[in-house]
Every structure is written in C-alpha cells, then in structure tokens.
Design a protein. Structure first.
Length: 371
C-alpha cells in the first residue's frame, strides 16, 4: 500500500506519502508561523486562505519527492477533525478532488489519533494495548489505546492545554514567535534557574488524571508583572538583568508545567495497569513532545513505573502529513475507508468534517451525525 496523507486542521499545511512497510517516501510541511507571529494568533479565515494558497504546491511536492503519481496511490487519507472547520475543508476538498479524479478511496482521519498512532510507525513492536499522553496546542489527553479506533480517556484538561500555556508564556515574555512559543521557551529556559520562581503545581488536591494550566498561566502572568517585564521590548533588546529574569520565569514555568504532567502520568500508569496488566509501552506525542526537557523527564517517570517510552522524532510530534498517511494505512488495512467520490463533484457538496470529535467516539457514528 502507498497512501498520501493531507493535514490542514490548524496552522500547518502538510502532506506526505507513506508505504505500509513504514517507509516514509516524502514529507512536506508549510508553516504559517510567520503569519501567526505578525497577527498574534490563529484567525480562522486567515488560516484558511493561507492553506488554500499552498495546498496544491504542498501536495504536488509530496508526490514529486516520493516519485509517485496519483495512479500509484492506494488511497488518500485526510484529517477531517478535530480542528477549525474552515481549515479542515481546504484539505478535505483537495483530497476529494484527487480521489475523485483518480478513482481512489478516501480515509477520514482523527487528528489526535494520528498524533498517537504515528508511534507505531516509529516502533514496530508497539502493539495494543498501550498508553498515550498527547500534549499539543489544543489537547492534553491521557489515553489507554485498547485497539485501533478504541480509546479510553483517563484524563483531559479542564481548561487549557500545555502547548497553549507555552505559547502564552512566550508571548508575555516577549520572545520571537516566528517558530511558535514552545521552542522559544525551551531554549530560553536553558539559561534560567528552574527553582527561582515558586509556582504551585496544579491540581495537587485532585487525585485524578486530569490537567489544568489556566492557574499556572495566571501565576506566570503575575510573576511577569511583578518583575516589570515589558513584552513590547523583544528579548533580543532586553538588558542582561531583564533577560535573566525572563529566563528564570521560563525555566520555572517549564519545570512546574512538566511536573504536573509527570504526576498525572504516574497515576495514569497505575490506573491503566490495573485495567490492562499487559501494557509495555507509553507513547508521548503532539507538538510539546518535541521538547527535550519534556522527553527526558517523562522518560524517567515511565521507566520508573516499568514501561518503555516511545516518543516520535520532533518532526513527527508536531503537525505533519506522515501521521495522517500512516493512520490512513492502519484504517485502510482493516477496511475502514470511503469509496471514491464522484469525479464531477459539485463545489457545494456536503463534506464529512468533524470539527469537534472526541477521540474514541466511533467513526461511523460520528459520520452519520455530520451528515
Ligand atoms: P492539536 O494537535 O491539539 O490540534 P496543534 O495541532 O495546533 O494542536 P501541534 O502542532 O500538535 O498543535 O503542537 C503545537 C504546539 O506544540 C504549540 O503549542 C507549540 O508551542 C508546542 N510546541 C512545539 N514545539 C515545542 C517545544 N519544543 N517545547 C514546547 N512546546 C512545543
Ligand atoms: Fe496537532
């Protein structure tokens, strides 16, 4: 099998061609980070236009680099949710156009399932059941992956996701956002003292596996105010004293945010092993999982609790087309796909988009609701 994967759920336009053997034939990502830095966040209409501008080029480049023609493909996989519907639509329309023209089946993909399952491309020994922590811009999920399409949610955030907290902290600290806030905080934190600002670890008193980052964000904002840090002054122009207090806040924020992850993961492993004692692996994926500090700390917790960590390389943790193509392969293999759409499909065809789509909710059930 050879599958083309298309991803446009948020601010990256991505496509990739992957073989069922796990061979990645190509991977192309076009980021809107520049645009986001200029306007300070994702505006759906703007993001949609940016996707529409590059989608043809991104897909063509993925096919060319893979040295594959549309007719060589077994199917087209495309993210149908969760995400911004205006953005999802761009990818889905493109996928349907190719599938309609070349008579190819379509596999509709859940973005968070794709973040999780790409770990099975990386680690071929990774069999169900296994545990997953998904940490990204919009999600903070602890999952027991029981089988393909069957996911038990052990914990989620009650407010923001950790990636959101990284992004806001970066913005308030006046960091260069041209490549998203997470990497900027990770880098600055290396200069700082992680013990210098005493932030409280969230939800200590809640003995569950849920997350909360809104309170930590507030603590960070107050610390920034108390140090008179002015986000209008970019870090590159800050005095050395100012720079070191920004670095201390970044390091202290990161330490506590990740401590919160560690505590929840440890409890979740206990829960999961009671349900499924055969679990061997713990997957960490999503954009924040590309952070070296996060990876190292979670590796310790996972090991201490007798499991093995699987964390995809950074380029497969942030949004990418490979994870979509690979998840397409997983579903296609078990016969879960849609027949080719009509070649002369009208512009106003109702698309299968699932902007809100809890992970684990049956794909078929979701589809009938969307229609
Ligand atoms: P979701 O997957 O929830 O729909 P998304 O697709 O926008 O959200 P991803 O691309 O999966 O998010 O991840 C982006 C997030 O990861 C951003 O919040 C970004 O700051 C964060 N991130 C990326 N690299 C790092 C890093 N090195 N350290 C911390 N956070 C990071
Ligand atoms: Fe994502």
């Amino acid at each position: 099998l050879v599958i083309l994967g298309i991803e446009t759920s948020c601010d990256d336009t991505a496509a990739a061609v992957v073989r069922s053997s796990g061979e990645i034939l190509s991977q192309v990502v076009s980021s809107q980070a520049d645009l986001l830095a200029r306007y300070g966040g994702v505006a759906p209409k703007m993001a949609e236009e940016a996707h529409a501008q590059v989608i043809d080029r991104v897909v063509q480049e993925a096919l060319d680099k893979a040295n594959v023609k549309e007719l060589d493909l077994s199917a087209v996989a495309v993210t149908i949710g969760p995400g911004l519907s205006l953005c999802l639509r761009v990818g889905v329309q493109k996928a349907r156009k190719i599938a309609g023209t070349f008579n190819l089946p379509i596999v509709g993909i859940h973005h968070m399932e794709a973040h999780a399952l790409v770990a099975r491309l990386i680690e071929r020994e990774l069999q169900f059941p296994f545990m997953v922590l998904l940490i990204s811009g919009g999600h903070n999920l602890l999952i027991l992956a029981c089988n393909l399409g069957q996911y038990l949610q052990l914990g989620t955030t009650i407010d923001d996701a950790i990636g959101e907290a990284y992004d806001k902290t970066a913005k308030w600290l006046g960091l260069d956002l041209r490549r998203s806030g997470g990497p900027a905080i990770e880098e600055l934190a290396r200069e700082g003292d992680p013990e210098s600002v005493k932030f409280a670890v969230p939800m200590k008193q809640h003995k569950d596996c849920n997350f909360s980052f809104a309170g930590l964000k507030t603590q960070v904002r107050l610390a920034i105010e108390s140090k008179n840090i002015n986000a209008e002054i970019p870090i590159s122009s800050a005095s050395s004293e100012d720079r070191s207090s920004r670095a201390n806040i970044a390091a202290s924020f990161q330490r506590v945010a990740v401590l919160h992850l560690e505590e929840r993961c440890e409890r979740a492993i206990g829960w999961a092993l009671e349900i499924e004692p055969s679990i061997k692996y713990f997957v960490v994926s999503g954009g924040v999982a590309s952070n070296q500090y996060v990876r190292a700390r979670l590796n310790q917790v996972v090991k201490k609790n007798g499991l093995e960590l699987v964390c995809p390389p950074p380029s497969l943790c942030t949004d990418n087309g490979v994870m979509v193509a690979w998840t397409g392969i997983e579903h296609f293999r078990v016969g879960r796909f849609d027949p080719p759409p009509p070649a002369d499909e009208a512009e106003d065809t109702i698309l299968d988009l699932r902007p809100r789509w809890p992970l684990g909710e049956e794909y078929e059930k979701g589809k009938s609701e969307a229609r």
